[in-house]
Design a protein around this ligand. Structure first.
Ligand SMILES: [Zn+2]
Length: 261
């Protein structure tokens, strides 16, 4: 059976509240060995820890999504408590749970519709998360929408080495910079339609590629919820682009996962 890993999912999302047991079971049947569920704020960080406690294949990353976009981005179907929270006490919470976590994330920058003071604020939070990742010696899983250049700049102004760029949509020059810095790129199942991810896979060495779902988002099937079992579609597409066997691609990505996490 092909080995599969999902380094970025949101299993605490309400879309999974009714059938999470079946979703995990289907993942197992499909060969999924690990799913890293990512928190984005205090509420989801706690839910993610609970999920990791309940299912052995679920690992957890605790994070802090770009604050200003948090509400707007998740208005549909992700009923998070809309209370402001204290960044530093959440950082303390993450620190206290360091033995339970595989990585830090989701965090990063999202410049869609943000003004310059919001951007500055996002960068400040991102820098704190990077410092925490270095302190705890954990990989960091990074979101970078319409902010790819700034994300690379902020990362490179630190000394952090273990980086996963999730759904990275930066252009050629930035892909090169990230690859030269030995960052990893995690590829979602919508690669079967999305040419930018196909291009990314073509350009980047297979040794720097990981797979993710961002479930319930970024499904390979239009209009259908995404889930970890669907990663087989990503592997098929990568194997086509890299002209390699699916099993072999699965093995290499699994090794990449083990090497990083
Ligand atoms: Zn995500």
């Amino acid at each position: 059976m092909t080995l599969i890993v999902d380094v970025h999912a949101h299993l605490d999302h309400q879309d999974f509240s009714k059938d999470i047991d079946q979703v995990i079971e289907r993942a197992r049947q499909a060969g999924v060995r690990a799913i890293i569920t990512n928190g984005i704020n205090p509420e989801t960080n706690r839910k993610s820890l609970e999920l990791a406690e309940k299912y052995d294949i679920v690992k957890v990353a605790l994070g802090m999504y770009p604050i200003d976009v948090l509400r707007k981005d998740i208005e549909e179907g992700y009923p998070l408590k809309d209370q402001p929270f204290d960044i530093d006490s959440e950082i303390d919470f993450i620190r206290k749970n360091k033995s339970k976590i595989t990585a830090l994330g989701e965090c990063g920058l999202d410049f869609i519709g943000s003004d310059s003071s919001q951007r500055k604020n996002q960068i400040k939070v991102f820098e704190k998360m990077i410092a925490l990742a270095e302190e705890l010696n954990k990989p960091i899983i990074v979101h970078s929408r319409k902010a790819e250049q700034s994300v690379i700049e902020v990362l490179q102004s630190s000394t952090i080495k273990k980086v996963v760029l999730h759904c990275f949509c930066g252009k050629k020059g930035l892909i090169k910079k990230a690859e030269d810095a030995n960052y990893y790129f995690s590829i979602p199942p919508n690669i079967i339609r999305a040419h930018n991810f196909q291009y990314l896979v073509e350009k980047v060495n297979i040794g720097k590629i990981l797979t993710e779902t961002d479930a319930p988002y970024l499904s390979p099937y239009k209009g259908r919820r995404n889930e970890p079992a669907f990663i087989i579609e990503t592997l098929k597409k990568i194997s086509e682009i890299k002209k390699m066997d699916v099993e072999e691609v699965g093995n290499i990505i699994f090794m990449n996962y083990q090497g990083l996490f």
